[in-house]
Design a protein around this ligand. Structure first.
Ligand SMILES: NC(=O)c1ccc[n+]([C@@H]2O[C@H](COP(=O)([O-])OP(=O)(O)OC[C@H]3O[C@@H](n4cnc5c(N)ncnc54)[C@H](OP(=O)(O)O)[C@@H]3O)[C@@H](O)[C@H]2O)c1
Length: 260
């Protein structure tokens, strides 16, 4: 399989890093054509035998699949160049650009995917939607590729704004909360490394417990919250300052922004 990718910045770079870690790269017919304008970003992947690095979109000709991972404002230009090439399916990960727009410019069957940065270590989640003309074989190829990067969910395209606001942007919300909690731990005398270990492990462990349990998050929260205990005092502050409303408003803002 010959896969092309345009743009190996934050998200495209995360996707390529994971694909190159995975056993796929040892398959003899796996080839990755990386098209990136920035020389330094391009060079970081050049040493792999299966990689061809270029700054010319024309070198993506005859790829089975091309992932477009440039900023939304650069997508139309990239797709205009792709339109003249022989490519089975184009996969766009750009926020806010519809399948109708992608198909119109590229003149190709299209998949729209919203991944997130934990894809870099195979712990991401990607939402996927397809244009109607994508055949079952192509759909499976796209799903198989993104399954290497983590979980996948197929959703109706109309839900992409909220998917973007939740899981696409989500790592940033999580890192902001982790950073704030580490600072709070340092303020009370913990070394930064120790505070980081305590908080990161707490996030991972709590998320895994929720994932593996059939219980509502509120029930798991109650298990930490004894009457007149310490946790309930902290929760009182979070509720009083409106943490739930803040998170909800943040998602609303992101949804509106991706629609615009
Ligand atoms: N970052 C995330 O967490 C995330 C999550 C989900 C989806 N996305 C989507 O992923 C896309 C990329 O976002 P990003 O954050 O990875 O952006 P980024 O870090 O700016 O990476 C984009 C890269 O593409 C290069 N590029 C631009 N035009 C090109 C062209 N014509 N040919 C080859 N390379 C070109 C850019 O080079 P220059 O810098 O030299 O222009 C840059 O290195 C966006 O559409 C975004 O909506 C991002």
């Amino acid at each position: 399989m010959k896969i092309g990718i345009v743009g190996v910045g934050a998200m495209g770079g995360a996707i390529v890093s994971r694909l190159l870690q995975h056993t796929w790269k040892s398959q003899t017919d796996f080839q990755l054509v990386i098209c990136e304008l920035d020389l330094h970003k391009r060079q970081q992947f050049e040493d792999y035998d299966c990689v061809v690095a270029t700054d010319k979109i024309s070198n993506l000709n005859n790829c089975d699949m091309v992932i477009v991972a440039v900023k939304p404002k650069a997508v139309a230009d990239v797709l205009t160049h792709i339109a003249g090439l022989d490519i089975s399916i184009v996969v766009s990960i750009a926020a806010g650009i519809s399948i109708a727009e992608l198909t119109k410019i590229s003149n190709k069957p299209v998949a729209r995917v919203m991944p997130n940065t934990p894809c870099k270590i195979g712990e991401g989640i990607s939402a996927v939607a397809f244009s109607e003309d994508v055949q079952a074989e192509e759909r499976n190829k796209v799903k198989q590729l993104f399954a290497v990067l983590g979980e996948i969910v197929e959703v109706e395209e109309r839900l992409f704004p909220v998917v973007t606001a939740l899981s696409g942007c989500g790592p940033a919300y999580v890192y902001l909360m982790i950073e704030a909690l580490i600072d709070a731990g340092c303020a009370h005398g913990l070394m930064r490394d120790t505070a980081k270990k305590l908080i990161v492990t707490t996030f991972i462990g709590s998320a895994k417990l929720l994932q593996e349990s059939s219980l509502h998050p509120a029930v798991l929260k109650d298990q930490v919250t004894s009457p007149q205990g310490v946790t309930v005092q902290a929760l009182h502050v979070l509720e009083q300052k409106g943490l739930r409303g803040i998170l909800w408003d943040a998602v609303n803002q992101a949804v509106n922004s991706t629609k615009e």
